[in-house]
Design a protein. Sequence first.
Length: 298
Amino acid sequence: MIAAPQPKPATALLSRVLDFSCVDGPGSRMVLFFQGCNMDCIGCHNPQTIGLCNHCGDCVAHCPNGALELVRGVGQRKRMRCDAGRCLRCDQCLPHCPRGGNPSAVAYTPEQLVQLIADRAPLLDGVTFSGGEATLQHGFIGRLCDALAQDPRTARLGRLLDSNGLLAARHWPALLQRCDGVMLDIKALDESLHRRLTGRSNRQVLESAALLARADKLTELRWLVIEGVNDGEAEVQALLALWRSLESGAPLRLNRFQHHGVGERGQQMAATSQARMEQLHQRLQQQGVPLLPLPRID
């Protein structure tokens, strides 16, 4: 008897694994940056996580270490391959991807990630699922969370999602059963401005905010402040109205727009000054909004 073919293991494509971070949730955390996003933000500081590689090969000639090549299997079209032993993560290939992809992204199974996290678990307080947009891989994340909870080496670690909120309401419950909370990114409150900055409506984002607040899973709101673009009086008032309507008491984190890492479109916008960040921080604090500390710029 011929054995039935075994199903392929579930995998997810990760742009990067950051071993330790202290800005992606409380304590020391490992951050998994999932590849692929359903927004196309002008001000994205990780634009290489937006798209998926289509194996065009435009990046190959720009790798100074010879880590990238197009290879052809038997009867297959050419596929991109990254030699992990040669790749130094210098990122010189990234600006040459017309799709905002990352040719050095790696596919992992839940079991592989559990082992990776377990190896570092003694020094960690938790794991954060980021991106890109992690919820595009919501099924995989659910399986990964179950595996982390069942492994005695990783069961104690907190699990947080960093999300843009573009997830259909029917998919949130399964994730919220397995995660401690969600850090929700707010790009703009005015819908037309949100479309200009991200390419998408913010209706689902606001619905997700309300859903997360009702479930007591809104860990924090995150607002990327782009001076002269989304920090006008109308936007500030709308942000205050949103926070009050949620009635969750979730703290607000103000993130400063900078040019580091952004693409050409983002470079056309002015970087947000520290003075403007401090002004907004004080203004919101006076209105009773709990705010996380501003990072200092030396």
